[in-house]
Design a protein around this ligand. Structure first.
Ligand SMILES: NC(=O)c1ccc[n+]([C@@H]2O[C@H](COP(=O)([O-])OP(=O)(O)OC[C@H]3O[C@@H](n4cnc5c(N)ncnc54)[C@H](O)[C@@H]3O)[C@@H](O)[C@H]2O)c1
Length: 394
């Protein structure tokens, strides 16, 4: 496959699909965008045209580059016509397994047998989608972050039947798009970024539910003391509470009590239709823009608790052989702008200190979320306690 001059099909022209199409076209690929109606496709093209116009206005690209990019994008409602001679396809239809499987069966029928097929799913099983096709070795996850044009990270996910060659080619593709790929070596739910974020959200939601801190206090501590770009409640609103809730359910299904969501905090808001920024209200009111997080509450919540559960989940990812410390840290820094990765944090702070904190929290609350991952205990026993010992996660 010569991706640089290659041809791609993007299925789904929504928030992600139209951005992925623009990204591909801006990097020299021919793209056919497929959706269920001409009207949706025209709207997607208008959005791309508008975005390219902004780039020209800001002198980031020349008018002729914008025109050439747009000229590389065509639209079609027919998979048969769109798939004929593509080198690869990226699926970005709504997060629903039955629908995604239908799309993969279709893509398998209409694209050349050597074409790679990737899903942009945030949470669903790549293996299951792949097994709906006759080429599961050529199917993988390619999880872009929103907006795909600007976010530097792509998680490349290996399904159970995905070949290493497919992973290598999609990793190369991600690099050609100017992105930093990280490899998720096992088809685990939440991949890297959403899995660790899920753990951190749960800790914050439970702290609020137990009355230990206010949401403003937690967010102030996370932002101003922890140096994270957004507090966890602000970020939940930004992501969408309906999405955070669904991801939470999937993580709970996959990892059990360790990922027990705090539904008491989020369900009442969802029932009221308060889904976060997109509806104008969630944990916060967004009608006048981003919520103001009061500076004076920056000590209300112990932000090391966020780090502690993040490190624990990172240890589980490593123990599961799903990701390397490097890819976990890169994922969190580029996918959510964390000031450092959890493995870097643990190595600096001391794995023994983190383990101690987890044990204290586990003793205090008895929740599985705080039960130390055996890998962490093993490392500490071996004296791999981090920077001070010359060896930790790194
Ligand atoms: N929005 C995000 O922040 C984000 C980030 C990363 C990954 N994702 C994942 O990307 C995928 C798409 O999410 P989105 O936010 O772009 O959704 P969206 O609802 O904005 O867009 C989905 C598009 O798919 C179209 N569609 C429905 N059935 C189709 C079919 N049979 N063939 C072709 N198109 C069809 C819809 O008309 C719609 O335009 C989901 O799997 C989601 O989990 C989303």
């Amino acid at each position: 496959m010569s991706e640089k001059t290659g041809k791609a099909l993007v299925a789904g022209a929504g928030a992600m699909g139209h951005g992925i199409a623009q990204l591909l076209a801006a990097n020299g690929f021919k793209v056919i965008l497929v959706d269920v109606s001409d009207e949706i496709l025209q709207k997607a093209v208008e959005k791309i045209r508008w975005s390219l116009g902004k780039f020209v206005e800001k002198k980031r690209i020349r008018q002729e580059d914008a025109e050439a990019t747009l000229a590389r994008i065509s639209v079609n409602t027919s998979y048969e016509q769109a798939g004929r001679d593509v080198d690869f396809a990226i699926e970005a239809v709504p997060e629903n397994m039955e629908l995604k499987k239908k799309i993969f069966i279709k893509l398998d029928e209409v694209t050349p047998s050597q074409a790679l097929l990737a899903s942009n799913t945030s949470t669903l099983s790549i293996t299951e989608m792949a097994r709906a096709t006759k080429r599961p070795d050529k199917v993988a996850g390619m999880h872009f972050f929103n907006p795909p044009l600007f976010m530097a990270l792509i998680e490349v996910i290996k399904g159970e039947d995905t070949s290493q060659e497919t992973i290598n080619r999609l990793t190369e593709l991600a690099k050609k798009l100017g992105k930093t790929p990280v490899t998720v070596r096992k088809d685990v739910r939440g991949f890297i970024v959403n899995r660790i974020l899920g753990a951190v959200f749960n800790e914050a939601y439970w702290a609020l539910q137990r009355g230990e801190a206010t949401k403003e206090g937690i967010d102030a501590s996370v932002k101003y003391t922890g140096g994270f770009p957004m507090g966890w409640f602000e970020l939940s609103d930004f992501v969408g509470l309906d999405i955070a809730y669904e991801v939470g359910k999937i993580l709970y299904g996959a990892y059990g009590e360790r990922m027990k969501p705090c539904n008491e905090v989020i369900e009442p808001l969802i029932r009221e239709g308060k889904l976060g920024q997109k509806t104008g209200a969630g944990f916060y009111n967004w009608t006048a823009g981003r919520p103001r997080i009061p500076f004076n509450l920056l000590e209300e919540y112990d932000v090391d608790r966020s780090w502690t559960v993040a490190v624990n989940e990172a240890a589980w990812l490593i123990k599961d052989e799903a990701a390397s410390p490097q890819d976990i840290d890169t994922g969190m820094k580029l996918g959510t702008y964390w000031p450092q990765g959890p493995c870097e944090y643990a190595d600096r702070t001391g794995l023994d200190t983190v383990l101690c904190k987890l044990k204290d929290l586990y003793a205090k609350y008895g929740m599985e979320m705080y039960k130390p991952c055996p890998l962490l205990e093993e490392y500490v026993l071996q004296g791999r306690v981090g920077k001070k010992a010359g060896r930790g996660f790194y």
